[in-house]
Write a protein of this length. Structure first.
Length: 331
């Protein structure tokens, strides 16, 4: 028997091996794409946008003011009506601008939480992990769907003295119900797009439905995770989502689509419209899952990352099956 050498290197102290596989590659692609999508443009581009925006605002303001002054000189009653309408329009612009600023600040808060959680987990910093959990609890303090999870976290949190375990506990207790709600939204959107594509023969109806459903889905997912995205925030999040999809690669997307069509049933394989419905539904599910990952305040670690094929199969379960049974009953 070989004698144990107490001075030998402890394998428990060795660095962790790098992650491999599709999930790790997809996560790296999503993180890289998110960084690229959030990267600000060049200084000259920002300056040019500011100049043209200021010029347009000045022209619009002077034109509106001259219009009101002209009405005052012709008819004082119409002048006052135009002045009141102009003030109301200005008030609406200020309210909408304030809402958009608030939406961007909420999205930035989620981004900071996601980055801080990843850094705390990587460094094994318990203090930083507790700070992330406290911020996450504060974010969802008014949410009824996280009340039970917050109570469990307050009960078990003081007993945890490991950063990774602390973050995993918060992810399981706080984000699990939100993930279920988000997945339900993704499946509903995928089902809607697939149904319209398969059963509505109108030209461009599937395209319009897909665009509307994807934008509505991205906005809804942001609201579920606390983003409260406005119109500009939704478009910004959509840009990040499609940047993430491009970063994930066409091969991964093709694999998901092939798997989705393979699970779509016999009718989806032999009918062009039903096959297109499955593909469009899978694309919508893919967009929704990417939006989930970018809207989530913590990366998927303790909870499994949902896959496109499984999500599409659940979304379309029974849809094409009922169509196949109806087709079999025809003479």
């Amino acid at each position: 028997m070989q004698e144990y050498d107490g001075d030998a290197a402890d394998p428990g102290l060795a660095d962790a091996l790098p992650e491999h596989g599709a999930d790790a590659g997809a996560a790296r692609a999503l993180n890289t794409a998110a960084v690229l999508a959030n990267r600000r443009g060049s200084g000259f581009t920002r300056f040019a946008l500011w100049v043209f925006g200021s010029l347009f605002t000045l022209i619009l303001s002077v034109s509106a003011w001259n219009f009101v002054i002209g009405l005052f000189s012709e008819n004082s009653v119409l002048g006052w009506v135009a002045f009141v309408l102009l003030m109301l329009a200005l008030l609406v612009v200020l309210v909408v601008s304030a809402r958009e600023v608030l939406a961007f600040s909420r999205m930035a808060r989620l981004d900071r939480l996601r980055v801080n959680a990843a850094e705390a987990r990587m460094a094994g910093d318990l203090k930083a992990a507790r700070a992330v959990v406290a911020s996450l609890t504060s974010l969802y303090a008014d949410r009824a769907d996280t009340a039970w999870g917050r109570a469990r976290l307050a009960e078990r949190g003081p007993e945890v003295f490991d950063a990774d375990a602390m973050l995993s506990l918060a992810e399981v207790e706080l984000l699990a119900p939100l993930d279920r709600a988000a997945l339900a939204e993704v499946e509903a959107a995928a089902r809607q797009v697939a149904t319209v594509t398969a059963f509505v023969p109108l030209a461009l109806a599937d395209v319009a439905t897909a665009l509307y459903s994807n934008l509505k889905l991205i906005r809804r997912l942001s609201q579920i995770y606390g983003g409260r995205s406005g119109s500009l925030g939704s478009f910004r999040l959509m840009r990040r989502v499609f940047s993430a999809l491009l970063g994930a690669g066409a091969i991964a997307l093709a694999d998901d689509l092939v798997g989705s069509v393979a699970s779509g049933g016999l009718l989806a394989k032999i009918s062009r419209r039903f096959g297109e419905g499955v593909v469009n539904g899978a694309l919508t599910a893919r967009v929704g899952l990417a939006a989930m990952e970018l809207s989530r305040p913590m990366p998927f670690v303790a909870l499994p990352r949902p896959g496109t094929s499984a999500t599409t199969s659940r979304a379309l379960a029974g849809l094409f099956g009922r169509a196949e049974k109806a087709d079999e009953q025809l003479p």
